[in-house]
Design a protein around this ligand. Sequence first.
Ligand code: IVH
Length: 684
Amino acid sequence: MSAPAGVPPKIAARAAKLRAQIESHDRRYYVDDAPTISDAEYDRLFRELAALEAEYPALATPDSPTQRVSGEPAAEFEAVTHRVPMLSLSNALSEAEAEAFDRRVRDALHSERVEYEAEPKFDGLAVSLTYERGLFTVGATRGDGYRGENVTLNLRTVRSIPMRLPKGAPPLLEVRGEVLMFKRDFEAMNAAQAASGDKIFVNPRNAAAGSLRQLDSRITAARRLTFFAYGLGAVDWGGIAPPATQDALLAFLAALDLPVIKQREVVHGYAGLLDYYRSIGAQRHDLPFEIDGVVYKVNDLALQQRLGHVSRAPRFALAHKFPAEEMATEVVAIDVQVGRTGALTPVARLKPVFVGGVTVTSATLHNEDEVRRKDVHVGDSVIVRRAGDVIPEIVRVLSDKRPKGARGFVMPKRCPECGSAVVRLPDEAIARCSGGLVCPAQRKQALLHFASRRAMDIEGLGGKLVDQLVDNGVVHTPADLYRLGVAALAELERMADKSAANVIAAIDKSRETTLPRFVYALGIRHVGETTARDLALHFGALDALMDADENALLEARDVGPVLAQSIRQFFAEPHNLEVVAQLRAAGVHWPESAPKKIAAGKLAGLTFVLTGSLPTLTREEAKELIERSGGKVAGSVSKKTSYVVAGADPGSKFDRATELGVPVLDEQQLIAMTDGAGRLQRGA
Ligand code: IVH
């Protein structure tokens, strides 16, 4: 390549190389959907080229990637008359309609089995790109099919649209295709819009349309749009042999650097069409962009000619649509569901609507704030979306259709399942039922936790047994366990007398426990084993803990406002108090002591991470040792880790410690640092 006048050949060569690199990365990102460099690296190439062109303006030819954005905002778009009208497609919404299409084509062509080319139906907007002598000159929207808007400047900013076609392009080529936005670019754009308080787009198609129809092409340039070619308008072949099939046509366009879809196929007969429809339907959610169906085209272009058009749609093509993923319906009620952990979820009950291939009657609203953000009222008309196998959700409310007097949502003050108080802790989005021990929705989870090894340690009381006990109405609260007899248990399915007796014995044995275990077993939100032990030590007796007000709770080690409130809420709930009283009445007991402030401990403020197997201590013993001395044990190494304690065969945590310069101890050194050096008391 010869350098433009006044430009050193080396510089010109570097600019040419950068241009080629940028174009190839554009291709990898938009066409192949497989970028090989980061955005930052791309920007570096781009800025280097821009800097060279600024220094040597002769390098800045109109087809340079840097020249995609230019000019001032337009006052309005000019009209463009399409040389060849941009038609629409007939739609099929069912397999029967698709089969009827194939029958019509076969009849018209007197053919037994027709060859089709099948491709995805892009959910974007149609445009026409005019190339004259290989240069991109005019880009237009579809408009009414005969006249569209001139959006050339905006289309120049779309990086996958070539500004110049390679040698061998026809003298006049009108390329028809679809402009769209990748799902990931749509999400990033919406996140940026939200952060700056700007408009949020409903879906990638609206975002693409809104971006393409900007009068200021600098705005379009900042939005990542892309393009796929699927057909032709007017062409002057200028002596080139035209392709004979739709498939060859797309290959021809691809050879001219125009993006075409990879996931296209040549298929035969109705069976082939249906296979394609199903296969693309299964890939739909994995594609980087949205599609709303597939398009079947008779592959042979001469046969296409013969079939011609009916009114405004070709007879040789059909759009076979997927079931719509978004539909309008009405909210008939907003209920509240209680989950296994006591979380209260508002759920919109909907007038049944067929969306995404199934009938939807409800949609989750996640939490109170979400209902407020989406501003959903009972009686509202809403757009419901069901994409893939995700739970249906309300995309938005059609607020202009809101009936007078429509009711907003208020989180109930009492749990709909058990009537216990509903609590929403500070900094939490989720409201919860405080009736942990009595709420039917939480019953199974609460019982399993109560019986677990580190709580009341009732051996044999596992998931299957709890299911049966609860489902048969034998056990409602943990207190009911202590009223069970062998006979009642043995009546349950698959329960031998022997194992029934074992379970009863385990329950019986659990009557004798410790205060830390009992406090932990209650399943108070945020009260884990360590906290339960601290609370037990601090208060000494259960009544002291139950009577403690928030200030008294805050005095205990590591208790903050969230935890204090959670404990208060639990013991403020009369149902919970009743179960505690019943458990005591059933003979559950533990040694109590005078309250004692936990000494800060030698390891207070230090965080340890354990890795590998230690010579004498188990993981749990080491953890207990550290915690007893006031230290904390974390699961992963970070800059905040004070020490890593390593045994034999340490894992990646050891490497990470070395990397971050965190000191590493062996078991001996750990024991030497702790309070009760080496003397472990087994069992809390
Ligand atoms: S071919 C004669 N192929 O569908 C019309 N159209 O309803 C030729 N569309 O406006 C259109 N993907 O925007 C064709 N692979 C595809 C398509 C496609 C999406 C759109 C196009 C058109 C609409 C027709």
